[in-house]
Design a protein around this ligand. Sequence first.
Ligand code: SF4
Ligand code: SF4
Length: 346
Amino acid sequence: MEPRLRTLPVDDVIAEVGVASAIGIKYVASLLFTYRCTIACKHCLFNCSPGQPDVCVNLEDGIEFMRQLRATDRVIHIAGGEAMMYYPQMLAICQVAHSEGVAPHFFETNASWCADEITARERYEELQAVGIRGVLISADPYHQEFVSPARRERAYRWAVEIFGKENVAASDLSVGDLEELHTISPDSQALAEHTRRHPPRLVGRAGNVLAEYFPDRLLENLAQDPLWHGASSVEDCRSEFDPDDMWEIHVDPYGNIQTCCGIIIGNAHEKPLIEWMREGFHTQNPLVRMVYERGPYALLELAEEYGYQARDGYPQKCGFCWEVRKFLRPFFPDTFGPAEIYEASE
Ligand code: SF4
Ligand code: SF4
C-alpha cells in the first residue's frame, strides 16, 4: 500500500483506487443496520438470522450515526444482518445522508434479494443515485448453503455493470463455482475440512456451531493466535481496540459501538463515536481495558471469581474469549451484549 494514500481523505482515496481497494487502506466503519437476516450462516459472528427481532435502525438515528461514522474518515458501509430486508428504510436514510454529504460508501449483502434482473439493476441504480459508490457481496460455502448460484451471479454481474469493478468487493465466481460451494455446507465432512482450512473467529454462531471441528489446545498455547484481521499478540488484544489500528467499528440499531462481535465498547447516543475514539475505548470501561491489556486471560480471572470453571483447553483464543464471555454476560450485560449475539435466534 502506498503510505501517501493512507494520509488522504477517504473520498480522495476512493476516487483514486475505488471502494474495494480503499477498504484495506483506510479501514472501515459500519452502520450495522439490523441483526435480522434472510439466512443463518453457520459462521455468522453476529448470530444473525430470520428469527432475530424485527428491528432496524430508525431514520433519525440512522442519519445521526452516518454523520458520526463519516467523521472517522474511514470507508463507511451499511452492514448487518441483511439490510436489504429493510430496503425502503435503508434508501430513506441514504437519501437524507446524501443530501448532507454523509452517504455511506458501500453496502454489504448476501445477494438473496437479487431474484430477477430488473430488481438487481433497479435497486443498484437507486442506491447509486443516493450516493452509494459500491457493494460487498459475500460468497463462501456458508452463504451458498442458502443463496442460489443464480442470485449471487446476478448480484455480482449487475454490481460491476453499475458501480464498476473497482467498486465491487466480491469474487467473480461462475454459476459452476457457486454450485460447488453449495455442496460443502450440508456435507459435515466437507464442511469440517473447509472450516479447518479457513478458520473463522469462533465467536457468535461460529463459536457455537463450528468450534467442534477444532481440537482443544492448552490456554498458554492460544496467546499468539491471530485475532480478527491477522494481527497476533501476546495475551493482549490491543490492536482490536486501539482506535487507530482497529480494522472495523460497528454502530448497531441501539447505538452500541462494537469491534469484536459481542463486546460493547461505547454507545453513539451517549456521545459521538469520534469522541469515544479520541478518548480511547479502553479508558472508559474496565472490562474493555481488561481485554485491551490481557485479552481473554483477564476475563477468565474475573469469571473464576463468579464461579466459572475453566476447561483444560479451548480451540482458539477468540473461541476461548467467547466461552468466557457467555458465562460473564448475565453479570455484565451492558458490555457483553446485545442479546441478539448471545441468545439463540433460529
Ligand atoms: S454471515 Fe451475513 S449473510 Fe450470513 S447470516 Fe450473518 S449477516 Fe446473514
Ligand atoms: S480474544 Fe476476544 S477480545 Fe481478543 S480479539 Fe478475540 S474476540 Fe476480541
